[in-house]
Design a protein around this ligand. Structure first.
Ligand code: UD1
Length: 421
């Protein structure tokens, strides 16, 4: 499939924000912690969810999808703590099964390339924290094996507030003996969402929303299954605001949680986008050319690295020159070559991108390098003269619930087409 975009705008109407990919996959992993039936609602209809279902299924936990936005997960207690490589390899969040498996079953085997370096996205912080809690690791060439008869509470200071490491340590600590303190913990709203579900399951966590989480471990078997509504996706919400910013209009982004996007919304406002919280979300409007800003990605509450392609796309058509600095994943500028095909003037210098705004982008044939960059190319296409065709759409489908349908509903000219047409 490919997505074909024509110059659009002004956009108008209402768009509903789905649940967060970066939360639902972690909530699903947490169902390994306790037997019973879980019902997750506001589940985004994205392709990473069935992959996570397959992964849980491979370990003996059954997932059903009564409707596209609902998941029923049954953990009968008969769990095989082995996560096969071909599934782990497909989604990063699969590493989140490590904490629950170790805590509940005392062992885990996760198929992933081992050695000293776990590829471009290491898990050394996960391993160090779980080791401090008593787990023993064997890092093989193809998998990570760990055993821990009963984890014990520990004081852990993360050298960096890693989202994944914080989540794995939390989901291990809830069943460890004694108290675990996670200092310099990541504070992303999706971690708050995980803490809320763990609390409904009977876990005791203090400091939710701060960088110091204090977890009092429960006795093995004492946690229970729970129902939970997945938090709204701040990156998908930001995508619709970026669409309004890029091609003008006035749109209500219903379900968005402005309090989870404060820093980003402030920067949008500096660029000339009017943002107003509404009872059930936010309203974004823009009627003039954007102004350039400089920004840097940082852990929450800073500007998330996942927002960066959207912001770079906005800078590409803004008045003036802006500098985007990437502090989390230095190599995460692959989409810039694609934007350049559309006439964007972007120069990469180390982990900075210098973007000189042009009056107008032009349609081109481009390729989605990953989820967020793919969506940013679709948004940029809305402001480009002529037709933009984006292929490798499967990347976008991993994290976006009906991006095309939602954009169309607010008046954008965008459609999906089979690639061989
Ligand atoms: C999550 C999100 C991803 C987002 C990222 C940062 C999911 C599935 N993915 O990824 O969309 O871009 O947060 O907001 O939720 N690091 C280490 N050692 C570790 C772990 C991480 O050095 O053990 C480094 C990473 O290489 C990276 C930085 O820390 O440079 C951030 O990683 P982390 O916060 O762990 O991100 P993820 O949980 O992988």
């Amino acid at each position: 499939m490919r997505i074909v975009v024509e110059r659009s705008g002004p956009l108008a109407g209402t768009v509903e924000v789905p649940g967060a990919k970066n939360s639902v996959l972690k909530l699903m992993a947490a169902t390994l912690l306790a037997e019973g039936e879980y019902r997750l609602t506001n589940v985004p209809d994205i392709t990473d969810v069935p992959v996570m279902c397959e992964l849980l299924g491979a370990m003996g936990v059954r997932c059903e999808r009564p409707s596209p936005h609902e998941l029923v997960i049954r953990n009968s207690g008969d769990v095989t703590p082995v996560a096969p490589f071909h599934l782990v390899d497909r989604i990063r969040a699969s590493v989140n099964v490590l904490g629950p498996l170790l805590a509940r079953l005392g062992r885990a085997q996760i198929g992933m390339p081992g050695g000293d370096d776990f590829g471009s996205r290491p898990i050394d912080l996960h391993v160090a924290g779980l080791s401090a809690m008593g787990a023993q690791f064997a890092l093989g060439p193809e998998d990570v094996r760990a055993v821990a008869p009963r984890l014990r509470g520990a004081e852990i200071l993360l050298r960096f507030p890693s989202v994944g490491a914080t989540e794995n340590l939390l989901t291990a600590a809830v069943l460890a003996r004694g108290t675990t303190v996670i200092d310099n913990a990541a504070r992303e709203p999706e971690i708050g969402d995980l803490c809320a579900m763990l609390a409904s399951m009977g876990a005791s966590i203090e400091g939710v929303g701060t960088d110091r989480l204090v977890v009092t471990g429960a006795e093995p078997g004492s946690l229970r299954a729970a129902d939970h509504e997945v938090v709204a996706d701040r990156v998908q919400a930001a995508t619709y605001v970026a669409a309004v910013a890029t091609c003008g209009g006035d749109v209500e982004v219903r379900g968005a949680r402005p309090e989870h996007m404060e820093m980003l919304l402030n920067r949008f406002a500096e660029m000339g986008v009017a943002i107003e919280p509404t009872g059930g979300g936010l309203r974004a409007s823009c009627g003039q050319r954007l102004r350039s800003i400089d920004f840097a990605t940082l852990p929450y509450p800073g500007i998330a690295t996942d927002y960066k392609p959207l912001l770079v796309g906005m800078l590409a058509v803004a008045d003036g020159t802006g500098i985007a600095t990437e502090n989390l994943y230095p190599g995460r500028f692959r989409y810039v070559d694609e934007l350049a095909k559309m006439g964007a003037d972007v120069r990469i210098d180390g982990h900075h991108a210098v973007v000189r705004g042009v009056e107008r982008l032009c349609g081109a044939e481009v390729s989605a390098p990953d989820i967020r960059a793919g969506a940013a190319l679709v948004v940029a296409g809305l402001a480009a003269e002529g037709r933009t065709s984006i292929d490798q759409v499967h990347h976008i489908d991993r994290g976006y619930d009906d991006l095309v349908g939602r954009l169309r509903a607010i008046g954008a000219s965008v459609s999906r087409e089979p690639t061989d047409r």
